[in-house]
Every structure is written in structure tokens, then in C-alpha cells.
Ligand binder design. Structure first.
Ligand SMILES: [Zn+2]
Length: 454
């Protein structure tokens, strides 16, 4: 804990990643620069190996995007494409579908066909919350030509959002175009929509494949070097944001935990029992492609470079949303074991288990492979910082990273990993799940609302 505090390199890493390199969209030159920096810093910290691992990323980028009203002096309307929105250029009547709930879409009947449809991202109040992705599917089925989605944040702010269901494997292409407008301009469109004005929507965008880069470092275990645990988080960001919280915080969490554990080896001769692997992923914001490619290459049946699966993956994402409150497991078999380990730390940390499949971060590709994976409990369901509201927008800058809490994370994670690594693999509770069990759980939850996102 002392090394995490007094030897902290958080400030240096934060400046380099969030200010000097800045936005790090997966597959971009900045993403590669970040990966090289992380590898070099891991090496300097004294881990036993550190490397960059390339993979092919199915990526996308956009140019100019606009919404305007040809019959209203081309009044400009704020516009931001949903991630992976296809290119479009059309002028058609505007139809207001409210929240795009079943009864609202039904009431509009044939008017949706071929129209630009205006819809609120938030679900309809006083009903069971339905994800916006499900309402997009409903509007597409009704024949909408394009959707203008109204941002819930006010003050002209807009965050990049996704239009597809993340429990599906792989990123979608060429689905219905969804373009976001601001809360204020959305309200304006809603006021004039009764007159069925023509609206012009244009998105310049393209899909292409490129090389992106994960980083992997390792401290070799003393008693069971052939088995490993993984601590990881994504180093990529969405476009145009330095990602102070999402996810420079988690990236530095991985780097600092590795540094503290490497210092423990160097200065005290204390090694983990099993090996500890420290990874940072690219392509998280593009459907978890970095972590998914790593899992496919290293742990999947049929892979030429297959290794024994890790006993646990701990995923760090948006750590500056709140201080560490515990560990949230995807599967229940380690619950008692994990709580007893946390209890030995005497920091009041709690272990919980998700009651649903949560595909919204890099633990999920591990879950798909039936590997026990977890997230740190930092905001569900109390203690969420106001600063975390700058998610996926330019305001998620370096000042959104909470330095003091991140020092605590690094110390606590190092302590937890050290303890876990010294429990012999055969003494861990057996994981009873198969990949087909997990597929059934994914099927069960697909298309549903994720209670963790209240
Ligand atoms: Zn993230």
C-alpha cells in the first residue's frame, strides 16, 4: 500500500495517455502509441515479460455528419453518429415516435415507412425499462429510413453511443442509421414534427479492417508458474475523448498494480504463487474485439497457441466512477472463496455475483469462454461520482481520473492478487460451467434491460 502511494506514477501515465497521446480510438496511430508506451513502462517496472500483441480489428470511422431542415432555412441541428453508423444522405419527412414504445410505433402505422424517425433514448416512464437497442430494432422493422435519437444529457452535450445489442458476438455493419441530436435540438424537432417537415440527414462514414494492439505483461509465479490470473482493462477510447475515467483509469490501474507487484519481487523477494498476467486491450469500444481476439488465440479449443485457462479475470473499467467496494463475479462458484479472501484484507470489501449476463466490458469475452471473470464493484449501486457522467464525450478528460482512489485500487488489487495467487489451483472451487451453459445464459438475457445500468 505504501509503494502504491509514495511510488505512484499515476500522474506521469495520466499526462502521457490522456494529454500527450489523447483520444485513442482502436486501430488508430494513437492507440498503437499508447500500447507501445504501456509495454515500455511495464518493462521499466521490472515485470518478467512485456509485449504488444497485434490483432485484426473490424473498425469504422466517420467524417462530416449533419442534420438540417431544407424548409426551415436549413437550420442546423446538432448531429453525432452512433458508433458504426452506415453512410447515408437522404431527405424525407420527419415523424416523431416518442420513446418508440410498442404502442407508439403501432399508432403511427404506415407513417414510419421511409421516414426519418425521431425517438427519445430514455425508456418510457412507468413501464418496464426497454433498452434503446430493442426500440431501434422495432423502428427498423417498421421500415424507418433513419433514426434521430435525442440525447438525454442537456446543455448541448452529446456522447457517442452504440446501436447494437452487445450480447451478440461481433460488431454489426449496415444496420439502420442512427444519428444523435442534442436534448435542445431534439426538443425543437419535436415541436415542429407535427407539420411533417422534410429533414436532411447526411453521414460520411466507412467500415474497414486494420491492425490494433493489445499489451500483455507477466510476473512469473513461484509455486505454480504454469497457471495464471489476469488483471486487465482497455486502453482504447471512443473517438474524440481522452477517456480520463473510461478508461485511462483502468489502464493505469493495471500498470500501477503490476509496478507494485514487481517492486515486491525486487525489494522483498515476494513473488505471486501462480503467475499474474497484466493486459490492456484495444477495441473495447468496438465490441470488445481486443479481449475477444486474445481469448480466442490463447484459450479457445482449436487455437494453435492454446494455453490453460486462467482461474480468474479481473476487469478494470471506469475506476474513477467510485472507490473500490469489492468484486463482482459473473458466475457464482467463487463467491464464498472470494469473500473469504477479501475478508483477510480487512478493508470491508464485498463479493457479489451478477444475476444477468453483462456484456458491457472486457470481462465478457472471458465469460463467453466459461472462464470466471469479474469487475471491480465501484459504482453499482451507490457512491457513484458526478464526474463519471462525462462518459464517452470530450469532457471525460484527465481531470476526471481520481488519483487518490486509483492509488488505493492499485494497492488493494496487488494485495488481493497476491493472496489469490498463493491458493494452489487445486484448492480453488471447481468451475462447473461449460460454454454451452454460458450460451444458454446469454440467450436467456439477450435483448433485455441490464439491471446494472439503472
Ligand atoms: Zn470502458
Amino acid at each position: 500500500m505504501g509503494e502504491a502511494w509514495s511510488g505512484s506514477q499515476i500522474k506521469q501515465h495520466l499526462t502521457e495517455l490522456a494529454d500527450v497521446i489523447g483520444p485513442r480510438w482502436g486501430g488508430s496511430a494513437e492507440d498503437l502509441r499508447a500500447a507501445a508506451y504501456i509495454r515500455d513502462q511495464m518493462e521499466a517496472a521490472g515485470v518478467d515479460r512485456a509485449e504488444v500483441e497485434p490483432f485484426t480489428l473490424e473498425t469504422w470511422n466517420h467524417g462530416d455528419v449533419s442534420i438540417s431542415l431544407p424548409d426551415d432555412n436549413n437550420r442546423p441541428i446538432a448531429a453525432l453518429p452512433f458508433l458504426r453508423c452506415k453512410a447515408i444522405d437522404l431527405t424525407t419527412p420527419l415523424v416523431d415516435a416518442g420513446h418508440a414504445s410498442p404502442h407508439e410505433v403501432e399508432a403511427l402505422g404506415g407513417r414510419i415507412e421511409g421516414s426519418v424517425v425521431l425517438a427519445t433514448i430514455g425508456p418510457e416512464p412507468f413501464t418496464a425499462p426497454e433498452p434503446f437497442t430493442a426500440r431501434i430494432v422495432r423502428l427498423a422493422a417498421a421500415g424507418a429510413a433513419c433514426i434521430i435519437a435525442i440525447e438525454p444529457k442537456t446543455g448541448g452535450r452529446m456522447e457517442y453511443a452504440n446501436s447494437d445489442e452487445w450480447l451478440n458476438v461481433g460488431p454489426q455493419k449496415n444496420a439502420i442509421a442512427v444519428v444523435k441530436t442534442s436534448s435542445e435540438d431534439g426538443a425543437y424537432l419535436r415541436r415542429i414534427a407535427g407539420g411533417s417537415p422534410r429533414v436532411h440527414v447526411s453521414v460520411d462514414a466507412e467500415y474497414f479492417n486494420t491492425e490494433a494492439h493489445n499489451t500483455v505483461a507477466e510476473i512469473t509465479g513461484s509455486t505454480h508458474p504454469e497457471r495464471h490470473l489476469i488483471l486487465a482493462g482497455h486502453h482504447d477510447t471512443v473517438l474524440k475523448t481522452p477517456g480520463g475515467n473510461d478508461n485511462t483509469s483502468g489502464t493505469i490501474g493495471v500498470m500501477e498494480t503490476a509496478r507494485v507487484m514487481a517492486a515486491l519481487v525486487k525489494e522483498m523477494g515476494v513473488r505471486p504463487g501462480m503467475s499474474i498476467r497484466f493486459a490492456t486491450w484495444s477495441g473495447e469500444e468496438q465490441h470488445l474485439q481486443g479481449a475477444r481476439s486474445y481469448v480466442a488465440r490463447h484459450y479457445s479449443e482449436g487455437s494453435a497457441s492454446r494455453e490453460e485457462k486462467p482461474l480468474l479475470n479481473i476487469n478494470l473499467d471506469e475506476l474513477s466512477t467510485g472507490h473500490m467496494k469489492g468484486i463482482v463475479l459473473a458466475f457464482p462458484h467463487l463467491r464464498q472463496f472470494m469473500q473469504s479472501q477479501l475478508d483477510t484484507m480487512d478493508d470491508g470489501l464485498k463479493c457479489h455475483v451478477l444475476s444477468h449476463m453483462d456484456a458491457h466490458s472486457d470481462h465478457f469475452p472471458f465469460v463467453e469462454e466459461a472462464i470466471e471473470a469479474s469487475i471491480t464493484w465501484r459504482w453499482r449501486f451507490w457512491g457513484r461520482h458526478e464526474d463519471a457522467k462525462f462518459h464517452h464525450e470530450v469532457g471525460d478528460a484527465a481531470n476526471k481520473l481520481n488519483v487518490r482512489e486509483l492509488k488505493e485500487y492499485a494497492g488493494q488489487l496487488a494485495r488481493l492478487l497476491l493472496r489469490l495467487s498463493h491458493v494452489a489451483p487445486e484448492d480453488w472451487p471447481q468451475n462447473p460451467l461449460t460454454i454451452s451453459d454460458v450460451n444458454q445464459m446469454i440467450e436467456r438475457d439477450s435483448g433485455g434491460h441490464h439491471p446494472a445500468f439503472h
